[in-house]
Design a protein around this ligand. Structure first.
Ligand code: 8YV
Length: 330
């Protein structure tokens, strides 16, 4: 029988996934809840045929240079591949795959939750009772902002952006979007979405902005200080994509100066570090901060694991894996 490939998995995954992987492959699991150290990663790529990393592993060119000849596939457990130097991998003929599609709806749900949370002061309200600061109903207390009838600007109209648009439409928001490529007329019509070729112009006209593009060299600080300055003073920004897409210092400065109304952040520029200034803004009720939970559902994690398994299996059977990352996607 053919020798099973050695698959090194860097983090604990749902038990059903780990079990299935152990049946199919010669799988080396990480039994601890911590990520592998850089030394452990080096040791892994020297011997593994397949590496299964996550967002907490930095698979940079230096690490890839130390991979053994046998290493042929990096099957990322995650949609975004900004944790991997894909060009270096491809240069060494290492295939890279990701897990698109299966975390679309969960991430869009969490984005909607953040929009509602910031606009309607959900976190502040929810802590008022345990804090003992609620003395009874008042006509002027804990007032947020209505979202129905407001304008939502979506930056990046891929799967997740479109899933958010469908939800937001049901909440009575009007949909505006900026994307590298304009959507087809049919889908634009379905979503009743207005395309803005100029991100600057869209930012100046919407009430809520939500980020849904990947983090690439081209989108690093896409929402720069200059761009953020186009936002209106009542605007809310939500980010469930990647922290690096927004200039976090500039965002903090605008929130501190009341040049925008609030933010809902599930991702941070220097994750898992969160700027003390953001913590202060959270205490003041101006921002809702979540610990990168956008795709965190049991079902989603199992679906992601299944995608990883299919990618490895297909690749090992000598076929093109379904979720190959191509240079054109970077
Ligand atoms: C994942 C994510 O959980 O898939 C992504 O791009 O941001 C997360 O929701 C994480 O990347 C796992 O590696």
């Amino acid at each position: 029988p053919k020798k099973k490939p050695l698959v090194v998995v860097t983090r604990r995954l749902p038990e059903v996934i780990e079990t299935r992987m152990c049946e199919l492959f010669d799988t080396r699991l990480n039994e601890s809840d911590k990520p592998l150290s850089q030394d452990e990663l080096v040791a892994a790529v020297r011997v593994a045929d397949v590496l299964v990393p996550t967002i907490t592993d930095h698979i940079d060119s230096h690490l890839i240079a130390q991979a053994g000849e046998q290493m042929k596939l990096i099957a990322n457990f995650g949609n975004g591949v900004d944790n991997i130097d894909v060009s270096s991998a491809l240069d060494r003929s290492i295939t890279v795959t990701n897990t698109p599609g299966v975390l679309t709806e969960d991430t869009a749900d969490m984005t909607m939750a953040l929009i509602l949370s910031v606009a309607r002061r959900l976190v502040e309200g929810a802590s008022a009772i345990p804090d003992g600061s609620w003395s009874g109903w008042s006509p002027t207390w804990m007032l947020g902002h209505r979202i129905t009838g407001k304008r939502l600007g979506i930056v990046g109209m891929g799967r997740i952006g479109q899933a958010l648009a469908r939800r937001a439409k049901a909440f009575g928001l009007s949909i505006h979007y900026h994307n590298r490529r304009r959507l087809g007329a049919e889908i634009e019509e379905q979503l009743e979405a207005t395309y803005w070729e100029s991100l600057d112009q869209m930012l100046a006209r919407v009430d809520i902005v939500s980020i849904h593009c990947p983090h690439t060299p081209a989108t690093y600080h896409l929402l720069s200080a200059r761009r953020l300055s186009h936002l209106r003073s009542h605007a809310i920004l939500v980010n469930t994509a990647r922290g690096e897409i927004v200039d976090e210092n500039a965002l903090v400065r605008m929130l501190e100066a009341d040049e925008m109304a609030g933010a809902g952040l599930d991702v941070f520029e220097h994750e898992p570090a969160v700027s003390p200034k953001l913590l202060k803004l959270a205490k003041a009720g101006k921002v809702t901060l979540l610990p990168h939970m956008g795709s965190a559902t049991i079902e989603g994690r199992i679906d992601m694991g299944e995608k990883v398994i299919i990618n490895i299996k297909t690749f090992m059977d000598g076929h093109r894996p379904p979720d190959r990352v191509l240079p054109s996607m970077l």
